[in-house]
Write a protein that binds this ligand. Structure first.
Ligand code: SF4
Ligand code: SF4
Length: 164
């Protein structure tokens, strides 16, 4: 898995223009069954890809923390939201709460998330390949394919599956 992760930025770069063009066409003419196809591709990919062998998202890019995330996770630690913020978070250039650094402080050496049951919504949804109207997040997906081997494979598969 580590070899795949190491090669991913180059692979994603090589495919960038092709994928970008595909997403432009997809936005203009999304097939009626796109949500269904994405769900199917997402499920098939995550049957093959074991996130516990990877954790590259947790190691290289942190999630945003919404107010609800902060309340829930602070409660888990028996902290007040402001105490949790002071201890773990910072405000980024978009004025969002994010981790003070990466790898994520809640990631264990075994790649398990120590706050899995209460983890941020952004972590639950990453890499967003099963979300509805997938064509609307193409810019984000083009970034995620360089981080997430599963997202990369899903995008390659959707290009094969949907001829535009
Ligand atoms: S979501 Fe993607 S980057 Fe994150 S652990 Fe799973 S395969 Fe790796
Ligand atoms: S909170 Fe958990 S799932 Fe989210 S980045 Fe940290 S270790 Fe990964």
């Amino acid at each position: 898995m580590q070899n795949i992760i190491n090669n991913l930025p180059k692979l994603a770069k090589d495919k960038h223009n092709e994928s970008k063009k595909f997403f432009e066409k997809l936005k203009n003419k999304p097939p009626k069954n796109l949500d269904y196809v994405m769900e199917e591709l997402h499920e098939a990919e995550f049957k093959k890809t074991d996130c516990l062998q990877c954790a590259n998202c947790c190691k290289t890019t942190g999630p945003l923390f919404t107010d609800k995330d902060i309340e829930r996770i602070a409660k888990h630690f028996k902290l007040k939201p402001q105490q949790f913020i002071n201890q773990y978070l910072r405000i980024d250039e978009d004025k969002d709460y994010v981790l003070q650094g990466v790898p994520c402080t809640f990631l264990g050496a075994d790649n398990y998330c120590s706050i899995y049951d209460v983890r941020p919504k952004a972590c639950q949804e990453f890499p967003h390949t099963d979300r509805k109207k997938f064509q609307q997040i193409s810019n984000l997906t083009l970034k995620n394919v360089a981080i997430c081997p599963a997202a990369f494979n899903i995008v390659e598969e959707i290009k094969r599956r949907i001829k535009l």
